[in-house]
Design a protein around this ligand. Structure first.
Ligand SMILES: Cc1ncc(COP(=O)(O)O)c(C=O)c1O
Length: 392
């Protein structure tokens, strides 16, 4: 049968006792915060790992040609963009890449611009390296987000600004940036001599009929200024295996990024890092397409449930990621307090919008990458938590 599902995303997995950060919670708590999924990874990846384990030796690994071919093949087939082998650098993770690049391409105390609200670790990569965070707040109007170019340009034009870190698609607001938006940001960075780091870790997790625009597909003059971080880890729920890549087209820039990744000793693969990339990108397409449909259906469930039962909040429409952004502006501008209340009253553990910087004060982030049965439990708890917050 053509439409028969091959993979079981309904399976109620149990992650307790696996040292999962997400599931480090109390007895009756339900974690729907940090960005990993409660689904088992693609069976094709598990087979590759089992083969590796069967070899019983876990010495140092090299980066074979097949690793480059797997990335190149995936971006060509899935995203219609040609990546050249020499543009690719191995890195243990997207955050290590961003942190190393910040250190190499800016001086202490110099400024790094981000569009907020945004993934909290961007702040860590900047602040932990002794650089200064400059927030350019996204415009939130009629339930949708856009870039405030006037504000962004003012901040990029500051002579102390050396870098910008950009999330494409955007966590947590779920926007897929258009070609025009990416081009405009890229042009502004060039105009003001600011290097651009583009984090594309969520790029494969778009709604079934939606496609992201790879930054690497833009004009050469724009992409030559960019450091693009990509990975199969978020897509295939293998983030704990720490494997990623960086695309840098410009030779001199690539040399710098490569050197820093090496200096920071995050440029060598662990014993599983290559196998999982080959299995994911060469054999994981069907699994991913079914996953995207499952997540989309979960999103529709959340949308319907909130409209029907939790009218005090609303779901911000999104096109990508499994992280939903809930507007609680009618209730609070202290989402940390709201998050704590919901956790205390119902055990549901969400991320507070305050975590993502300015613009997140009245939002909660909900991770819906879990079996439907668990999602429904989460929604019932959310309803109870929101209603009790209002003293009902
Ligand atoms: C936007 C974004 N970048 C990077 C990461 C983490 O990347 P890594 O585990 O490769 O360091 C996450 C994880 O949630 C993320 O949302």
């Amino acid at each position: 049968m053509e439409n028969e599902l091959r993979y079981d995303f309904d399976k109620m997995t149990d992650r307790k006792g696996t040292y999962s950060i997400k599931w480090r919670v109390g007895e009756n708590e339900l974690p729907m915060w940090i960005a990993d999924m409660d689904f088992e990874t693609a069976p094709e990846i598990v087979v590759a790992l089992e083969k590796r384990v069967a070899g019983r030796i876990f010495g140092y690994s090299d980066i074979p040609d097949e690793w480059y071919e797997a990335y190149i093949g995936w971006w060509k087939r899935r995203h219609g963009v040609e990546i050249k082998k020499e543009w690719l650098i191995y890195s243990a993770g997207v955050i290590p890449t961003i942190s190393s690049t910040v250190r190499k391409l800016s001086a202490p105390a110099e400024k790094v611009v981000i569009l907020t609200p945004v993934y909290n670790m961007f702040y860590n990569c900047i602040l932990n390296n002794g650089r200064t965070v400059v927030e350019s707040k996204l415009i939130y109007k009629d339930g949708s987000y856009s870039i405030d170019y006037e504000d962004l340009e003012e901040k990029l034009a500051d002579p102390q600004t050396a870098l910008m870190v950009f999330c494409n698609p955007h966590n947590p607001v779920g926007r897929i940036w258009s070609k025009e938006e990416l081009t405009k940001v890229g042009e502004l960075c060039i105009e003001h001599d600011v290097r651009l780091i583009v984090d594309e870790i969520h790029c494969d997790l778009t709604d079934p009929d939606k496609e992201y625009v790879p930054f690497a597909a833009l004009e050469d003059k724009i992409t030559d200024n960019a450091i693009i971080a990509i990975a199969p880890t978020k897509t295939f729920n293998i983030a704990g295996l720490q494997t990623s890549a960086v695309i840098v087209k410009d030779r001199a820039l690539r040399h710098k990024v490569w050197r820093q990744i090496n200096t920071d000793e995050v440029g060598e693969p662990n014993a599983f890092a290559i196998d999982v990339v080959l299995a994911a990108f060469n054999e994981g397409e069907n699994w991913l397409d079914e996953l995207r449909t499952y997540i989309y259906n979960n999103k529709c469930l959340v949308e319907g449930y909130i409209k029907e039962n939790i009218k005090e909040i609303s779901l911000v429409p999104s096109e990508a990621t499994y992280l939903l952004w809930l507007d609680c502006g009618k209730l609070t501008n202290n989402s940390k307090e709201l998050m704590k209340h919901i956790r205390k009253e119902t055990g549901l553990y969400l991320s507070a919008g305050t975590h993502y910087g300015s613009g997140g004060e009245s939002f909660l982030r909900l991770n819906i990458a879990c079996p439907k049965e668990r999602l429904m439990d989460g929604l019932a708890r959310l309803e109870k938590g929101i209603h009790s917050y209002k003293g009902e």
